[in-house]
Ligand binder design. Structure first.
Ligand SMILES: *Cc1c(COP(=O)(O)O)cnc(C)c1O
Length: 413
């Protein structure tokens, strides 16, 4: 892929001519970390400015009515948002990218590819908001879904119906970090002509590029690791083919679910440091997970990097790292609440994937809407906490948790 042009010709669309110093790289395939900084939108070629300008405009002047400007209205296209869209398409290795007002806007807009009467197979431990969208909104519109344990391909196959149109994956899943074999599911889906979608929020393209395994649409809550600073709400989608990209474009414009230009700029600002942030957080996460696993007062630790993780082998086939999210069971709901009240460093909040560590309590936060029975069936026990490891010194994080564990009363196993 040519970096000067980007997947949809950013350079020609935004800046016209290129800077002399930036020539000569056309056609070279750069490594991922380099692409993060040299994605085609890193320099405003009109002025040489070191970042994409924020085109704070809703509409564009038609100088010559017979020869309209490239962008004519910002819902349909804006150069700042376009730079971000080309950026994520390049990173995921897809034909075309799209930026939305939130992760849920990216997901709901993508689901609009389906029609009334269609059926979808969905991973059972899908993000809570996606579960709500499917079961309380799309169900009203005649789009039905079956939830299956996607770590078991037989369950996926058994859910096939004559009207099945799509398969929706999330790996590692939230919060128990179960692993779906992306290639196995997409191979089977293709045999049946099904569209495949994957929420890649936890891994980001730094560790996992699902399009390389045949996925048709990759989705992100860019609010998390891509933005990385808990200061912007955004969603992204990347289409594997130009044709699918054209369909997503029509939906994004028709639904009006676009991301604003300030947030588009802020997101690109955050994404430039993705590799460094992910690598640092992952290193700390590995140390923290091992420390947690070694404690007798922690019932269970979920992290794909642990040798004991049942999905580790499959995960290593499709990802180059294990990420920065760890879940662990402190034994009871009572103790979980005490730990939450005693920790001093992490943000106690919904969300993940930021420079600061974030500790959340799925039972009362992200998965509160799920009934207790379903929650327990999916391993989301009352003692389960989810830790998104940030950039603090890991020894400080461990000391903080150690103190919180000691202060909270241990429940006999
Ligand atoms: C947060 C999240 C979403 C939803 O994204 P928003 O930006 O909050 O709308 C979707 N999927 C996953 C895995 C998430 O963590």
């Amino acid at each position: 892929m040519s970096i000067n042009k980007g997947p949809s010709g950013l350079e020609s669309q935004v800046n016209g001519n290129s800077l002399p110093g930036k020539k000569g790289r056309e056609g070279d395939e750069l490594r991922f970390e380099t692409k993060l900084l040299h994605f085609g939108g890193e320099i405003d070629r009109a002025t040489g400015a070191s970042s994409v300008p924020i085109y704070q405009a809703s509409t564009f002047h038609h100088e010559d009515i017979f020869n309209p400007p490239l962008h004519d209205y910002s819902r349909s296209g804006n150069p700042t948002r376009q730079a971000l869209e080309d950026y994520i398409a390049l990173l995921e290795g897809g034909a075309r990218g799209f930026a939305y007002a939130s992760g849920m806007a990216a997901i709901s807009s993508s689901f609009m590819l389906l029609s009334a009467g269609d059926h979808m197979i969905v991973t059972e431990d899908v993000y809570g908001g996606t579960y709500r969208l499917l079961t309380s909104i799309l169900s009203r519109m005649g789009i039905e879904s079956t939830f299956v344990d996607m770590t078991d391909l037989d369950q996926v196959k058994a859910a096939l119906k004559p009207n099945t149109k799509a398969v929706y994956m999330e790996t590692p899943s939230n919060p128990t970090l179960k692993i779906t074999d992306i290639g196995a599911v997409t191979d089977w889906a293709k045999e049946h002509g099904l569209l495949t979608l994957l929420d890649n929020t936890f891994m980001t393209p730094f560790y996992q590029r699902p399009i390389e395994f045949g996925v048709d649409i990759v989705i992100h809550s860019a609010t998390k690791f891509l933005g990385g600073h808990s200061d912007v709400l955004a969603g992204l989608a990347v289409a594997r083919t130009q044709e699918l990209g054209d369909q997503l474009k029509q939906l994004q414009n028709g639904l009006g679910t676009v991301l604003g230009v300030q947030d588009s700029w802020l997101l690109m600002r955050g994404m430039k440091t993705l590799s460094t942030r992910m690598a640092h957080s992952e290193q700390s996460a590995a140390k923290l997970a091992a420390w947690l696993q070694g404690r007798s007062d922690i019932k269970q630790v979920y992290y794909p990097g642990l040798l004991s993780h049942p999905g580790r082998e499959v995960h290593e086939k499709q990802s180059s790292g294990y990420g920065a999210v760890i879940s662990f069971d402190v034994g009871s709901g009572e103790r979980a609440k005490e730990v939450l009240n005693h920790v001093k460093l992490p943000l106690v909040a919904v969300s993940l994937g930021a420079v600061e560590s974030i500790l959340s309590y799925p039972t009362m936060m992200s998965h509160a809407a799920m009934g207790e029975k379903v929650r327990h069936e999916r391993g989301i026990t009352d003692g389960l906490l989810r830790f998104s490891v940030g950039l603090e010194d890991v020894d400080d994080l461990i000391a903080d948790l150690d103190h919180a564990f000691a202060a909270s009363h241990e429940v006999p196993r």
